[in-house]
Design a protein. Structure first.
Length: 312
């Protein structure tokens, strides 16, 4: 008979674990006293500012929604219990077992719904937003099937329209000279408008700017500053962006939103001055001012004899 094996073992590791565990628990108790996330006995703040005009109405709707959800969850739970009890009594076999399993799944879903409702009920605003998102998703999924058939019909109709419809006119683009230096182009435009009777006044009326001083040498810069202030074309620190304002004026003129008068040539004005008493009957109306008339190209849209050419 051999010597029995002693069951005495060292307890150094056990004491070390106990000591560290007690120290950790003491630290947690100490930090719990300093923690501000303690549960208050007062009613939880709904998260809606008191200055909100419809605060009471929103709170009432949230409470009503919460109550209706609780009633629906209770009804689902009772129906699941009744279903489980009824199927257990009627069926005795695999069928009853399957029905009971289905009832258990329904019960678990109802409990999960209760947990979600409790989580959302903590913040009524979050619950309200979540319900709105759920309704939006339901609304989107209901119309998907109807939209598929309509999309197919629209696709064929679009093909027929593209075959039968005539080609649309292309959008007018600014001349490259205007894009190179729009501020100088607007300066040239202002000089041309000075030669007309109401060209400057039409610009002022269209952009609703203050009256410009006609004797000023830099009327174009002042006009662009006023346009930038009126249309919000400002840079950092509220500095007017003259380049953006000039592009705005040129685009309005190019797309014919801005109507300017015709610029008469010097030869025509001399002829009219020589015979003021003569009455001339014209067959067609004069063409409106167009942006291409500021540059060197001679075409039907350019008005006047010699057009000023703006260099890049």
């Amino acid at each position: 008979v051999g010597k029995p094996v002693s069951k005495r073992v060292t307890v150094r590791l056990r004491h070390k674990i106990q000591k560290s565990s007690s120290a950790k628990q003491k630290k947690e108790r100490r930090s719990a006293k300093k923690d501000v996330t303690w549960t208050s006995r007062l009613k939880k703040d709904p998260g809606i500012p008191k200055s909100f005009p419809f605060r009471d109405q929103v709170l009432a709707e949230v409470e009503d929604t919460k109550r209706r959800r609780e009633e629906e969850q209770m009804a689902k739970r009772d129906a699941a219990k009744a279903r489980r009890a009824g199927t257990a009594v009627e069926d005795a076999g695999m069928g009853s077992a399957g029905a009971a399993a289905n009832g258990i799944v329904d019960g678990e879903d109802a409990e999960d719904g209760d947990e979600e409702m409790e989580d959302k009920g903590g913040n009524p605003m979050a619950a309200l937003l979540a319900s709105a998102q759920a309704r939006a998703q339901d609304f989107g999924t209901d119309d998907e099937e109807d939209d598929e058939g309509e999309d197919a019909d629209d696709a064929w109709n679009g093909i027929d329209d593209t075959i039968s419809a005539p080609t649309q006119p292309t959008k007018k683009t600014l001349p490259p000279q205007a894009l190179a230096d729009p501020i100088k182009t607007v300066s040239t435009l202002m000089e041309r408008m000075r030669e007309t009777q109401d060209g400057i006044q039409r610009l002022i009326d269209y952009y609703q700017t203050p009256p410009l001083i006609a004797a000023s040498t830099d009327v174009a810069t002042r006009f662009l500053v006023e346009v930038a202030w009126k249309r919000g074309r400002l840079g950092r620190g509220g500095v007017p962006n003259l380049h953006s304002a000039a592009m705005l004026v040129l685009n309005d003129l190019n797309e014919e939103r801005l109507k300017l008068p015709e610029v008469k040539s010097t030869k025509k004005s001399n002829a009219v001055a020589a015979g003021k008493d003569d009455i001339t009957i014209v067959q067609t109306m004069a063409e409106p001012f167009r942006l291409e008339g500021l540059f060197g190209g001679k075409n039907k849209s350019a008005v006047g004899g010699e057009a000023m050419e703006v260099g890049t």
